[in-house]
Design a protein around this ligand. Structure first.
Ligand code: MN
Ligand code: MN
Length: 298
């Protein structure tokens, strides 16, 4: 099984899960680095992947997405225009992004795309079973039983990660994975800045999707002369046509990003032992790296 890791999801969970008192020998916060590699160890032990790629946020807020919906992720933009990140995380992300290649763990990213799109692309390229490790709900759209694609959802933390197949997605949201995006754009997603359709909450979104089969079907039903839809709903959906079209493009992951070939094989030895030793010492994460190494070897 190929494990595709939404690396930012994992280091954010690690950052918030570990106390700020965890410090490097030099006194910098280091919980995210330690928790990230401990997380990889836990996930490797639990799922025994045969391949692994850490997918990076080459562009956390691509302009082609904000051109469609200006509010997309706008709440997470800092004053200087970059992503608003919590104190002491950026330096740790730097360390993680240097440690991964030094350890020989494959990474993948593209300067115009989010990790979501990189994950979708790598999943599309393989016939192997895929487990997507993420805390990003958007990726539920990739769950596919026939192709053995699951999401390992990190919402409740790394050790309590939940495995989602199509049945689990349907049980949680009321819609199947292929309609997850329809559901999300109708209901809206405040954390991503998607307003949703006026008067349509989660319950109504589920009913609409399961009755009419996706945004296209819902819009057709709202526009039809004879419709069983309440007048107010027909009007709201009619008026939201432009939004829905744009939001679908924003929320649907791109699965044909131009990425170089990625060798997802698990490392058997560090690619750059000197760099690993230097960073491990600087950040005080020798034991976490050893646990990760042991988990891969098991
Ligand atoms: Mn994402
Ligand atoms: Mn996303």
């Amino acid at each position: 099984m190929l494990m595709l890791i939404d690396a930012a999801s994992l280091w954010y969970r690690a950052y918030y899960a570990l106390p700020s008192s965890i410090k490097s020998p030099g006194g910098a916060r280091s919980g995210a680095v330690r928790g990230f590699f401990d997380g990889l160890a836990v996930l490797s032990k639990r799922f025994s992947p045969t391949g692994m790629v850490c997918c990076l946020e080459g562009n956390w807020r691509p302009s082609w997405r904000t051109d469609l919906i200006g509010e997309y992720k706008a709440a997470r933009v800092a004053e200087d225009g970059t992503e608003d990140t919590p104190e002491g995380l950026d330096e740790q992300v730097d360390a993680i992004e240097r440690l991964l290649p030094a350890l020989g763990v494959a990474t993948a990213s593209h300067p115009d795309f989010e990790a979501d799109d990189v994950i979708a692309t790598l999943a599309a390229r393989t016939a192997e079973p895929v487990a997507i490790v993420t805390g990003d709900r958007d990726l539920f759209q990739l769950v596919d039983d026939e192709r053995a694609r699951t999401v390992v959802y990190l919402a409740r933390g790394i050790s309590k990660a939940e495995l989602f197949d199509a049945e689990a997605v349907t049980a949680k949201f009321g819609v199947s994975p292929e309609h997850y995006v329809d559901f999300a754009v109708l209901r809206g997603d405040p954390s991503d800045g998607l307003p949703g359709v006026k008067g349509v909450g989660a319950k109504t979104a589920v009913t609409l999707v399961n009755t009419y089969g996706g945004v296209a079907g819902i819009r057709a039903a709202a526009a039809a002369e004879a419709s069983e839809m309440p007048a107010r709903q027909r009007q709201a959906i009619g008026e939201a046509g432009d939004y829905l079209e744009r939001a679908l493009k924003v929320s649907t992951v791109v699965d044909d990003v131009e990425l170089p070939l990625v060798d997802s094989a698990l490392p058997t030895a560090p690619a750059d032992p000197g760099e690993v030793a230097a960073l491990a010492g600087q950040w005080g994460v020798e034991s976490a790296l050893r646990r990760f190494d042991e988990a891969l070897a098991a």
